[in-house]
Write a protein that binds this ligand. Sequence first.
Ligand code: SF4
Ligand code: SF4
Length: 420
Amino acid sequence: MSALIVEVVYRGIFQKNLAARIARGIVLSARKSGRWGIAFGRYGDSPQRNGIPAKDFAIVADTKEELEQNMARYEPKHTDVTVVLDDTLSKGVESWAWYGLQPINRLTVPNGTVLMTSVQPFEGLLKDIHKRDSPYKLSLLRAKASFSGLWVHKEDHTEARILGALAKIAPNFLTLDGVSQAIQEIEWGSDLKVASAKKAFERLETREIKITEGNSEIPYSFEMPKWWEMREGVTIPAIPIGKPKEGGQGYVPERNPYFKKFTTRTMRPVIDFDTCVKCNLCWISCPDSVFDVMPDGTFDAAMEACCGCGVCEAVCPVEHCITMVNEAAFEDNASQWEMWRKDKAAYKTWLLAKIGDKPTTVRSHGFRFRGQYEQELVADLDQGGVEIAAGIPGENASHKTRHVQGGSSIVTGVAEAPGA
Ligand code: SF4
Ligand code: SF4
């Protein structure tokens, strides 16, 4: 008797429907492959918040008895395959229910597989993925992360491609024929998606990862309080007031010392302190009290606290002063302001390189203009659609936005008047 245990790690809300489709697709593929299967979400992750890492699980077993034995557990402690739907999750995950930061490969069994959608090279990802004390395999499906949201699903074939890749990784449990039949029959399936699954099966790139490879950083963790250390009753203390920065100048707001939030983000703000006009708008608008007021009156985003929502970029009135850049372009959470203070010319060079790199400043989630979705699907579904230079609404986005004239409605597909 044996079983295949799969976890699907995804960004809460943004990829909820995608993860659910994959988990259900695994179960149906298992039945078509002559196996038994079940899928479930991780209870502790609800309610979800935008971007917060969350998990679904799917278990495939040879027999009903084996399946029921696995179902008796609250959640799997080890997984044969870890599916990762956004490569910025390589930096680790911190959800509502876990404490501290968990390496993305933490539950993956020795010689198991981490399956990820990414356009990054293996070496780039291994700078972020934490080292393990046992070897495992890293399998890459060449594609951008697929984001849509709570109410929409992006039909870019990511779910079908993941199922095709799983047939390659675990053929004893999910056959390619079984996966193909399942995709044909499931309500979101089609012949075109079957073809995508088969291509993913053929094109999957896999590399053995040795115990010497990966990020050697010790992940952030903390001790949970013991029950006898907790206060009586249920009280929620007010947020304490913050502290001044060096020399009594500036201000650091008090933040949650345990929940760091940074694994929530797929993009981070890059700030040009030379052009900042000290208007306070980013500081006032940031929903997570991320900005420190610096002694010179500019604002530094504390990277451990930033969830990457992009509001600061949207409200900043100065062009190029705050630019959201893909999280994969960074290797640490160091203070940008300190870097700027140390060497302003070097900071400018660093900043221009970061914000001038089009692939990493492309918006990674949400639809920014009508017709964007259709553009993304124009070609190359194998890559999750064409790369697209889509900015954010508002005046400050003009340098990043490709304005679309006469695009069609996301909902109806019918051509719309410019400006509709
Ligand atoms: S992206 Fe900007 S507004 Fe959003 S949490 Fe980070 S610093 Fe705050
Ligand atoms: S919104 Fe822009 S200009 Fe205003 S304080 Fe923040 S970084 Fe400076």
